[in-house]
Design a protein around this ligand. Structure first.
Ligand SMILES: CNc1ncnc2c1ncn2[C@@H]1O[C@H](COP(=O)(O)OP(=O)(O)OP(=O)(O)O)[C@@H](O)[C@H]1O
Length: 290
């Protein structure tokens, strides 16, 4: 199935601003960890853990550092599993940078998720969050306190042993996609399906907790410019390119949100064998695409 080609990047004239985004996955517990952002860019939304790549820092080092700073989880660089890149472009403005967000998952770590002044940790059900949400998908508007990570979880000494949800992982809520950045509704279910189907293939996911890969509604798949999922089998990385339309003032904060992010325009999501990483302003970065 062809992708929609109604979108093409113009990175030659745009700077890239690099960010990281790390999603901890407890595959045996069928759980996904997200943080609720308490301040700054994305305040009031759930997201993975991450931040800006500092000058002279590699993307992977930034991913490790930000995960630790914001969640308390400690990983070594090789434990970071690179999953893809988000390229978020503001079409109305040639001067604002393309956000180049490098997405990783981690499946093993040291330490326990802790609340920081930037993010509060929340676990969600992995198997219940595999389908692209629609407005009618039940979302967890308010997260019951029992789902919050507590100091008792911390005292239990790690994810394997902790019991933050007494009813078991199946009591965990669906990821609240409508309380995330808009474009996460598109790529995150794809990524979770990709991870769970490849884990299933290896017989790796805890006790068949992952249900068979659902097919997204045809209309959703087509409008997201996504390839047929069976065609993507075996491809390792996703590229999600989104053009946002609307305001572009990065300094304009309105109720905690940057006004620039209010409209998701053309977009495409592709799975690829290799990420076309090249040089950008002297550092490894995302190359012209496609
Ligand atoms: C617009 N659509 C988006 N979709 C998904 N994720 C998005 C995003 N836009 C930004 N992000 C993530 O949000 C974090 C911001 O990080 P941010 O707090 O600004 O960085 P950092 O911690 O370095 O800043 P301070 O040190 O607090 O200034 C960082 O993980 C980045 O990947």
């Amino acid at each position: 199935m062809a992708t929609t080609d109604a979108i093409s990047l113009s990175p030659k004239i745009k700077r890239h601003k690099q960010y990281t985004l790390v999603i901890p996955l407890d595959l045996h517990g069928d759980r996904v960890l997200l943080g609720y952002k308490l301040r700054g860019f994305g305040q009031g939304k759930y997201n993975g853990y991450g931040g800006k790549v500092e000058p002279n820092e590699t993307v992977i080092a930034a991913a490790v550092r930000e995960l630790h700073e914001e969640s308390g989880l400690l990983v070594e660089e090789p434990a970071m599993i690179q999953r893809g890149v988000l390229l978020l472009e503001t079409v109305a403005d040639d001067t604002s940078p393309i956000l180049e967000i490098h997405v990783f998952t981690v499946e093993t770590w040291e330490g326990t998720e802790t609340a920081t002044d930037e993010m509060t940790p929340h676990w969600f059900s992995l198997s219940k969050s595999l389908t692209a949400p629609t407005k009618s998908t039940p979302v967890s508007g308010s997260i019951p306190p029992s789902f919050l990570s507590t100091s008792s979880a911390a005292e239990a000494g790690g994810v394997e042993e902790s019991q933050p949800h007494p009813g078991g992982p199946h009591d965990l809520p669906v990821i609240p996609y409508f309380q995330m950045w808009e474009e996460s509704r598109v790529w995150l279910p794809h990524l979770l399906r990709h991870v769970s189907s490849s884990e299933e293939g290896r017989g790796g996911v805890g006790g068949n907790l992952i249900s068979p890969e659902p097919s997204p509604p045809a209309a959703t798949a087509a409008s997201d410019g996504d390839r047929n999922e069976t065609e993507n089998k075996g491809k390792k990385y996703f590229i999600h390119h989104v053009q946002f339309i609307g305001g572009t003032d990065m300094d304009a904060v309105d109720g905690g949100e940057y006004s620039v992010w209010h409209g998701m325009g053309p977009r495409r999501l592709d799975w690829v064998d290799e990420l076309p990483i090249g040089e950008w302003e002297g550092r490894k970065s995302f190359k012209t695409y496609p």
